[in-house]
Design a protein around this ligand. Structure first.
Ligand SMILES: [Zn+2]
Length: 289
């Protein structure tokens, strides 16, 4: 089934409009809770067949997708070869573009970054990512909004795909957790994954998993524990040796110690790979500290 069909079959009052469609916005809070009597959700597609949504009353795309019982990943075409590749479901499968095909010298454009982390450009734009120039070279700006999602607390820049350093922080900005505006979801779900770096965090969100990113090489700061109040279980994903050092810091934080668990990635090189596997199997891999 195409991404467009997947979305359209769940909508009411669908009608053709221009090159695309419009339909009633499914968000319960739409129109101050009065619903959407005059279809105000526009549904289009890009050149790859990925679905582009816009509610003209201003509902967030994530709210629309959730109201449809879908995840952001469902808005995107799952193609072999280029673009996002989803495993499973039978049929032929071409291995996704390998990360190793990227050179440190590749310019850090938003498109190259998206290909490198294997996430759709539109999804990353929804997270506020944008291509800018940093020191005369292309870079990807990654804003860190506050809990309301309205105010940007700090900005980091992906300045290299594979070189070092990969990410720089805007001068004068103080590090905070990445994904503060998604913590309400984590509280509702009863858990959150803690992970180092923005890109794996974006991968978690793409798969509909509540995740919080720990920025920078110095890792976790104890003062951030208050941000994680009310989340019953915290799963730290240990990806490498640097992850062990971060784990030590987390485990030494009294406010979260009791709720902290570690996730080992045996059999998967990172969360991107892990999350393409079936969620039942994923849960089975959670291991207590
Ligand atoms: Zn709406």
């Amino acid at each position: 089934m195409s991404a467009l069909d997947r979305v359209l079959e769940r909508l009411d009052n669908v009608r053709a409009q221009g090159d695309g469609h419009k339909a009633s916005c499914p968000v319960l809070a739409h129109g101050q809770g009065n619903g959407d009597r005059n279809p105000s959700l526009s549904i289009g597609t890009d050149a790859e067949g990925n679905v582009l949504l816009k509610c003209f009353a201003g509902c967030e795309n994530e709210a629309v997708v959730e109201a449809l019982g879908l995840k952001m990943v469902d808005l995107f075409e799952h193609r072999n070869g280029s673009g996002y590749v989803r495993e499973g479901g039978g049929g032929s499968h071409t291995p996704p573009k390998s990360r190793s095909t990227h050179q440190p010298s590749d310019p850090t454009t938003l498109e190259n970054y998206a290909a490198y982390v294997r996430l759709p450009v539109e999804f990353l734009k929804d997270l506020g990512l944008a291509q800018i120039h940093y020191g005369g070279e292309p870079a990807v700006r990654m804003p860190y909004p506050d809990g309301s999602g309205e105010e940007v607390l700090l900005t980091r820049f992906r300045v290299s795909l594979t070189g070092k350093p990969k990410v720089k922080t805007k001068r004068g900005d103080k590090h905070r957790l990445y994904g503060l505006w998604k913590l309400e979801e984590a509280r509702a779900a009863g858990y959150a994954f803690l992970i180092e770096g923005e890109s794996d965090c974006q991968t978690l969100w793409f798969h509909g998993e509540p995740g919080v990113g720990i920025p920078g090489a110095n890792g976790w700061k104890q003062e951030w524990a208050s941000d994680l109040e009310g989340i019953s279980r915290l799963y730290f994903v240990v990806e490498d040796e640097a992850g062990e050092a971060c784990w030590e810091k987390l485990a030494a934080t009294p406010e979260i110690r009791e709720r902290l668990h570690r996730v080992e990635l045996d059999g998967a090189k990172d969360v991107s790979e892990l999350h393409k596997q079936d969620p039942e199997g994923f849960s089975g891999r959670l291991a207590n500290a």
